[in-house]
Design a protein around this ligand. Structure first.
Ligand code: SF4
Ligand code: SF4
Length: 135
């Protein structure tokens, strides 16, 4: 058995398709939804942990690719180096998941790592390199 985390991006036309239930029905996979969101461009985004046999997992990936789902393995994690962050706010508008948000009271930028979808966009956007990717 293997257990792997992947990021799946769904074009708008696939949002109402029973893709996840097909993974269970046709490929005998178990899934655990780690994150789910609809991006501003109406692209759906799911971070899943999939568990099953290696063979079924590979076949399921083929099915997803054929269907038009964009796949990205999730073998990394995003962390913020709080000692470096100057709360400049440059990352707030770039983050598609709302994981970096300005606290109106403190005027500081909070990092909600439970919302982070590991897209990596904040890495280059941060002028002081406070956002770090860990493998
Ligand atoms: S861009 Fe970098 S320094 Fe600015 S608020 Fe975001 S993490 Fe902090
Ligand atoms: S990687 Fe950065 S920009 Fe992407 S969701 Fe996480 S915090 Fe937001």
């Amino acid at each position: 058995m293997v257990s792997r985390r992947i990021v799946m991006k769904f074009p708008h036309r696939l949002l109402d398709q029973p893709i996840i239930s097909n993974l269970v029905k046709d490929y005998n996979l178990e899934f655990n939804i780690l994150k789910a969101s609809v991006m501003p461009n109406e692209e759906g985004l799911l971070v899943l942990e999939l568990t099953g046999t290696e063979k079924d997992y590979e076949k399921a990936l083929e099915y997803l690719k054929k269907t038009g789902v964009n796949l990205q393995p999730l073998s990394q994690d995003i962390k913020r180096n709080d000692k470096r962050c100057t709360h400049c706010g440059a990352c707030v508008t770039i983050c598609p998941a709302g994981a970096l948000a300005l606290d109106q009271k403190t005027r500081k930028v909070d990092f909600h790592d439970d919302k982070c979808i590991v897209c990596g966009l904040c890495i280059n956007a941060c002028p002081v390199r406070a956002m770090e990717i860990h493998f």
